[in-house]
Design a protein around this ligand. Structure first.
Ligand SMILES: [Zn+2]
Length: 255
């Protein structure tokens, strides 16, 4: 998929949201056009003061890179993140180490990617809900204040159609959801939108917290959705890492 095609999807399905603050996509052009089959999907962009989704799309277009990852290359420190700037320590780290001074959330995702030998700069990276709020609790009141449907409904009506098309077009085999709560998590939103019954969810108990997943098949194509506890909620060891590795290997048998 090209970025133009992604933008057209956003304009088609999220037309009423384009002037609200937010961020759509923070992966690379390579991940869109020549995907590695892996996607990382959080709940929504944190922080405050981002410009509108419309401006976010225009900025992405201007600066789009073939190899890039919001988990490695973008300063998430505020107010820099919301101003599309890089703080001093992150600039220094980029020069010295080839990646920003990551927050725990970013480090967790990088750790998982390294375990799976997945290149984050070739990986789809986005959120389930593109509207920015400082927290999930604030997202609830943001939606109410803007007379928008509740999170799960809004996801199903506006974000899911665009994201589902994106995942299909990029032949995504594995979706890593950051957050797996029974409600208000990327994982639960996908489960509900895809109509997957609760008894199809496999719970993982290894030495990590609360991983869970389901597989969904459409038109003969199988995709696994794996939810880990939100990276900001636990130590850097991600939930269910051993199972994630097994599932990813099953989806990518050696040639
Ligand atoms: Zn920074």
């Amino acid at each position: 998929m090209t970025f133009d095609e992604l933008q057209a999807l956003v304009e088609l399905h999220c037309a009423s949201l384009l002037d609200l603050p937010g961020e759509v996509y923070f992966g690379s052009l390579d991940a869109l056009s020549d995907s590695n089959g892996f996607a990382v999907i959080g709940l929504n962009p944190g922080g405050s003061d981002l410009p509108s989704i419309r401006e976010n799309l225009a900025r992405y277009r201007q600066s789009a890179k073939r190899r890039f990852s919001g988990y490695l290359d973008v300063c998430w420190h505020e107010p820099f993140f919301s101003h599309y700037q890089t703080c001093g320590p992150c600039s220094a780290s980029l020069a010295a180490n080839g990646k920003v001074r990551q927050q725990r959330h970013q480090k967790t995702v990088e750790l998982i990617a390294n375990e799976l030998e997945v290149d984050l700069r070739e990986t789809l990276a986005l959120n389930a809900i593109w509207l920015q709020t400082p927290s999930a609790a604030a997202l609830k009141s943001f939606l109410a204040n803007h007379h928008l449907p509740k999170m799960d409904q809004l996801f199903q009506q506006q974000f899911f159609p665009a994201i589902d098309t994106l995942l299909s077009r990029c032949a995504t085999r594995f979706v890593l959801c950051l957050g797996n709560g029974a409600s208000e998590s990327a994982f639960s939103f996908f489960r509900a939108a895809l109509g997957v019954p609760l008894d199809k969810i496999v719970s993982v108990s290894d030495d990590y917290r609360d991983g869970r997943y389901f597989a969904h098949e459409a038109e003969g194509f199988r995709r696994v959705y794996f939810g880990i506890a939100h990276p900001s909620m636990h130590s850097i060891g991600p939930a269910g890492l051993a199972r994630i590795r097994t599932l990813w290997r099953e989806l990518n048998p050696p040639a």
